[in-house]
Each structure stands twice: as structure tokens, then as C-alpha cells.
Design a protein around this ligand. Structure first.
Ligand SMILES: *Cc1c(COP(=O)(O)O)cnc(C)c1O
Length: 400
């Protein structure tokens, strides 16, 4: 028997009505088959510009083989949290492999990038401490900051003068201080000014933390992230990455000193209280990092960037507003949420899947569709997508 909503939850229906009135209500698009550049969502084959599958690894043969082999050898689950009986040999091997890849002493893997950020920030800081955070940092950083009970000060997006003003005002802060930024911002596709932020962290004695969810596998040598891209080695105390985007599977990780990782083993709550990855996921990630360091990985990253440049230039030539983007994430900013959602819907009907995002994911009045090209897109896919974007954009008078 299914349970109908009891009166206690009726207020949720009103909330949903309000979302509909603001044109922020959506249905989930359902993917049939594999996550690929041409994919079938809701029964319609479309050019897929909405996944974070930067290198096309979600369906890569070597990764698939690794997952199947690990399942055959070790089963489907780990059976416990890491601190009880759920640390398998391959979990330790993956952490060592990532630490080597990043050039740090140690690494801890979490169940997701979200858990890595939220678990780490909440574990290393307490109520007497201070967090200095970019306005557009990811929700998982914001939640971690709130869970830590530390004081949170927000600087305007990438605004170094504003960041320094806050550093100045809090220079005699008695507790610990954390300066934290996304490496690549997930809704705008722009890159943090990492060297200058490191300088501020050094000058004002802050712990420096960067969330490279969208930079891992994308920026730096072999996709090592923004720290490598800017040659900031040794200046960032805590590097977060995800295994769910370019790596193609699921998970998150934190890289840093041996002490940091040992502390997180003892204090990061998602690590302590949530079961570890199944062997298939861990083995998939091992295969992905091996691939990143090969000639094929290099070729995929080069293709990702040549596709990015081609597509971004195409959008700009058509007259679309692509905001501040410098990476494969390219927003097309529309402004009004209703129009952004309509644009996305009409594109979908015409054969292009580019998800619309509105408040609270982006600030009010900056609704947009968000496009991401991958290394797996063919040039002809991108040309066709640009043709469709041009036609629908003109029909809606977004461009002329
Ligand atoms: C996607 C994302 C995360 C979360 O990663 P998951 O592995 O999907 O949980 C964290 N930070 C940023 C900036 C992201 O874009």
C-alpha cells in the first residue's frame, strides 16, 4: 500500500506550487542507456551537453573491465565503514595512487565529493574559528562551513581586494582561519586566482583549501588540477577532488599532509559513519588514474580542450552571453528563469540537452543554460549543436 501525504506534510504541496509559479519547478530527465555524447533522455535521442563526463570515461572499456573484474574477485560491497571492517586493500591502494598523482604525502577517499568537502571543513574547524569563502563556492563547502559552527565571512566572487579586506579586518582573529575556494566554479566555468589567494593565505596565516572537483582531469598536467596548472605546489594545505566527474565513477578525495589525512581518518564524520565504496567503484577509479597518466589520457585532455575552444568560440560568434567561462563549462546566460527553462525545453525538443539552472543554484536574475562539452563529442556533434542553438536562440530573440 502506498501512503498518501498526511496533513502534516501538506505545506510541501504549497511550496511546490510556489516553485511552479516562479518557473523553477522541474521534472527529472531520465537517461535510458549509457551516459554518452549522444544519449537518450525521456525517450528522445539528443546531443548531450549536460554531463560532467569530461573525458568520456563513464563508458570506457578499461574502466568497465576493472569494475567487472573487481566485482568478480571481491564481491559487490565492502560491508562496513572504513574504521570498522570496511577498509579493503584496494581502498588503500587507490589512496596511495591518488597521493602520488597529486604529489602529496597522503590522500583519503570519501563516498562523494560532497562528503569530502563537508566532512573535511566540519572536522578541521570549530566554533572559535573563521572561514573566508568565495561567494560562489559549492554547496558542499557551505554546508561543511555551517556544520563546523565557525564564523563564515564571504568575499565577492574572485574579488581579491574584498578578500584582503576581510583578511585585514580579521587579522587578529584568535582562532584558526581557513581560506577556501573552488578551483573551477561549477556554474560559471571560471578559474580561481589561486596564486594570489595563496599569497593572501600566507600573509594572513590561513589554512589554504581548494576544491578541484571541476579541475581534476581537466586542468594541469595529466589533469592534476589547479594547483598544478598554476604551479602552486606546496602552497595549498588541502586539495579536494571528485571521482564522480572526469574520473567517471563516484567519490571524492582529500590530498594533503600525512597528519591531515590521519586526522580525517579519526574525525571526518562521513568517513567514520558511512560505508566505504564497493570494490567496483574503487577499481574503476584506479583504472582511471592509470589512464590519466598514459598517452591516451593526454590525448583525451587535449581533445577536451580543442572541443571546448571550438564550441565556446562558436557560441560567442553567434552572439550568446557566455559570461566569465574559461573551461569546458560554458553557460549561456539568459537572465530570466522562465526564459532559461523555456530555452532549455525548446533546445531539448530540437535535439540538444542543455540543462537550465536558476535560483538558488545561481543568483537571481542570472538564470542560464549550462553546457559542457567532453572529449568524446565529435566535431560534427558540436557543429550540429551550434546550429540548433542558433536556430532556437533566434526564434526566442536571445540572439539576432
Ligand atoms: C560536483 C561538485 C562537488 C561534489 O562532487 P560529487 O562527487 O558529485 O559529490 C563538489 N564541489 C564542486 C565544486 C562540484 O562541482
Amino acid at each position: 500500500m502506498t501512503t498518501a501525504t498526511r496533513p502534516q506534510l501538506h505545506y510541501l504541496a504549497e511550496e511546490i506550487e510556489q516553485l511552479k509559479a516562479k518557473h523553477l519547478y522541474f521534472r527529472l530527465r531520465v537517461l535510458e542507456g549509457e551516459q554518452k555524447p549522444i544519449a537518450t533522455f525521456d525517450g528522445r535521442e539528443v546531443i548531450n551537453l549536460s554531463s560532467n563526463n569530461y573525458l568520456g570515461l563513464t563508458t570506457h572499456r578499461a574502466l568497465r573491465r576493472a569494475a567487472i573484474e573487481a566485482t568478480r574477485r571481491y564481491g559487490v560491497g565492502s560491508g562496513a565503514v572504513r574504521t570498522i571492517a570496511g577498509t579493503m586493500k584496494i581502498h588503500m591502494e587507490l589512496e596511495e595512487q591518488i597521493a602520488r598523482f597529486k604529489g602529496t604525502e597522503a590522500c583519503v577517499v570519501f563516498q562523494s565529493g560532497f562528503a569530502a568537502n563537508a566532512g573535511t571543513v566540519a572536522a578541521i574547524l570549530g566554533k572559535d574559528d573563521l572561514i573566508i569563502s568565495d561567494r560562489l563556492n559549492h554547496a558542499s563547502i557551505i554546508d561543511g562551513a555551517r556544520l563546523s559552527k565557525a564564523t563564515i565571512r564571504i568575499y565577492e566572487h574572485k574579488d581579491l581586494a574584498d578578500c584582503e579586506r576581510i583578511c585585514q579586518e580579521t587579522r587578529d582573529w584568535p582562532g584558526r582561519k581557513l581560506l577556501i575556494t573552488d578551483g573551477v566554479f561549477s556554474m560559471d566555468g571560471d578559474i580561481a586566482p589561486l596564486p594570489q589567494l595563496c599569497e593572501l593565505a600566507e600573509r594572513y596565516h590561513c589554512i589554504m583549501m581548494v576544491d578541484d572537483a571541476h579541475a581534476s582531469g581537466v586542468l594541469g598536467r595529466g589533469g592534476r588540477g589547479t594547483v598544478d596548472h598554476f604551479n602552486c605546489h606546496g602552497r595549498v594545505d588541502i586539495q579536494v577532488g571528485t571521482l564522480s566527474k572526469a574520473i567517471g565513477a563516484l567519490g571524492g578525495y582529500v590530498c594533503g599532509s600525512r597528519e591531515l589525512i590521519e586526522y580525517l581518518y579519526h574525525r571526518a564524520r562521513p568517513f567514520l559513519f558511512s560505508t566505504s565504496h564497493p570494490p567496483s567503484v574503487t577499481a574503476t577509479c584506479q583504472a582511471a588514474f592509470t589512464l590519466l597518466d598514459s598517452a591516451e589520457g593526454e590525448r583525451l585532455i587535449r581533445k577536451l580542450w580543442s572541443n571546448t575552444k571550438f564550441f565556446k568560440r562558436g557560441l560567442q560568434k553567434l552572439g550568446f552571453n557566455t559570461g566569465m567561462s574559461e573551461t569546458p563549462i560554458t553557460p549561456v546566460i539568459v537572465g530570466d528563469a522562465a526564459r532559461a527553462f523555456e530555452f532549455s525545453r525548446r533546445l531539448f525538443d530540437a535535439g540538444v540537452f542543455a540543462q537550465a539552472v536558476g535560483y538558488p543554484t545561481v543568483p537571481e536574475g542570472q538564470a542560464r543554460i549550462r553546457t559542457i562539452v567532453t572529449a568524446a563529442h565529435k566535431r560534427s556533434d558540436l557543429e550540429r549543436a551550434l546550429d540548433i542553438l542558433a536556430r532556437v536562440g533566434r526564434e526566442m530573440e536571445l540572439i539576432h
